[in-house]
Design a protein around this ligand. Structure first.
Ligand SMILES: *Cc1c(COP(=O)(O)O)cnc(C)c1O
Length: 428
């Protein structure tokens, strides 16, 4: 455990001893009054790597040079462009390369995976999810249940935290699985909840849901590139992620999926098929019968959106160089520093004017969270948020009273966190 001291000299010391400090210079920062903003919203849209333009430009050049022949003659042939990403994605997700592929957008992928892995019967049709899940996920799950003829209010088991609590207790999740073991068809959770920042115990939850006879999937929108994952070893059945949050791959950037190796050769899984999911050996022979490629690739529908994938590649190269383990080590310290500062502000508030504390609703245990802390601001929340934004500290606001702060280890510093704390203290 690091002992954190809420001072500028402590923060600058931490920065000068940070082996990843140089990565900050690889990104463009929005400017305010001629200075870089303090950017704490990498959980919404990651910053642009300076190399993104080069990689996208390279594909534009090859398109200009080759036209259609770029499918085979571009420097990275477009025919197989998706394949140059799988190893790097796999290492971020704790997967094997054949278990992942990048394609489509996130909600599209969630639907495609539910088509294959949510196969309800009259008696086993329920979907277990979080109560405070992201709206797009909620609509996707509701419409999947309706699509199969079920009433979503009945089919969805939406788990709420206990009275007065925000995070879900693993034991409560396991109990809900046990209670619904005869009707549970699929468990679908955000691996890291977008609102509370809670990182679930995927290993235990997955085992329990499998024992109950359910399929198990996760939405990794807030987990990919944020927390260390071992999807293969945890025996997760399926997952989808987006690339524009922690993975810095451009607004609306191409998403991706994980499907466990155990399904790699299973041609009987029902799926909505497209030509790009066909075995690449015969894809251009245009067979009349779909022959699924091996692994996650068989879920692809369309030819690769190369410009978007080039942007993803730029970021994945940076992740490979930095390494998920080193990023996670720094992330733990950076978020720990933020937490310590907020706790100190609370102590001062309480002893001085008996004001309500800023409530950190993200779990305290570093193993149960990523970089984001979610703060319930019972007093002056919106005002504090606006003042921070005006001062060039970019954070986000969720109605009615939550500020989410995400110090990202790739490009945030301990000094960023110190500056945030100093201003927050003044404002409350
Ligand atoms: C960001 C996010 C989305 C957004 O979905 P898109 O299809 O990319 O627009 C969906 N679900 C979760 C959990 C998210 O965090």
């Amino acid at each position: 455990m690091t002992n954190f001291i809420n001072s500028l000299s402590f923060a600058t010391d931490m920065d000068s001893n940070d082996p990843l400090a140089g990565f900050r210079d690889r990104f463009y920062f929005p400017q305010m009054n001629g200075k870089d903003v303090v950017y704490f919203t990498g959980n919404s849209l990651g910053l642009q790597p300076k190399t993104t333009q080069d990689l996208v430009l390279k594909e534009l050049e090859d398109w200009a040079t080759w036209g259609v022949e770029g499918h085979f003659h571009a420097r990275n042939p477009w025919f197989s462009y998706q394949d140059i990403l799988t190893e790097q994605i796999a290492s971020i997700l704790g997967a094997k390369p054949e278990e992942v592929v990048s394609m489509n957008s996130l909600t599209t992928n969630l639907h495609l995976l539910m088509v294959s892995f949510y196969r309800p019967t009259k008696s086993r049709y329920k979907i277990l999810c979080e109560y405070d899940l992201f709206p797009s996920d909620l609509y996707a799950l509701q419409s999947q249940a309706s699509f199969h003829g079920f009433n979503p209010d009945d089919a969805l088991i939406a788990l709420e935290a206990r009275e007065g609590e925000y995070a879900l207790r693993t034991d409560d999740i396991l109990q809900a699985i046990e209670q619904n073991k005869d009707s549970l068809c699929t468990l679908m959770l955000g691996a890291v909840n977008y609102y509370t920042g809670q990182f679930f115990d995927i290993d235990r939850i997955t085992k329990a849901a499998h024992a109950a006879g359910a399929t198990v999937g996760y939405n990794l929108a807030h987990a990919a590139g944020n927390v260390p994952l071992k999807l293969h070893d945890w025996d997760v059945d399926f997952a989808c992620f987006c690339s524009y949050k922690y993975l810095n791959a451009s607004p609306g950037g191409v998403s991706g999926i994980f499907v466990h190796e155990k399904f790699a050769h299973d041609k009987t899984i029902p799926r909505f098929a497209g030509w790009w999911g066909n075995d690449p050996e015969t894809r251009f022979k245009m067979p009349r019968t779909f022959v699924p490629a091996v692994g996650a690739r068989s879920w692809q529908l369309s030819n690769a959106p190369v410009l978007s994938m080039a942007a993803l590649k730029a970021s994945l190269d940076i992740f490979e160089e930095a390494g998920m383990q080193r990023l996670h080590d720094k992330s733990t310290r950076l978020t720990g520093f933020l937490e310590a500062i907020i706790n100190e502000i609370n102590e001062k508030k309480l002893t001085s004017a008996k004001l309500k504390p800023i409530k950190i609703i993200t779990p305290q245990n570093p193993a149960e969270r990523g970089c984001q802390l979610s703060l319930v601001m019972e007093e002056k929340g919106k005002q504090v948020y606006q003042k921070l934004m005006e001062a060039g500290i970019i954070i986000d606001w969720r109605e009615p009273d939550v500020i989410r702060v995400a110090p990202v280890p790739l490009y945030n510093t301990f000094t960023d966190v110190y500056r945030f704390g100093k201003l927050l203290q003044e404002l409350v």
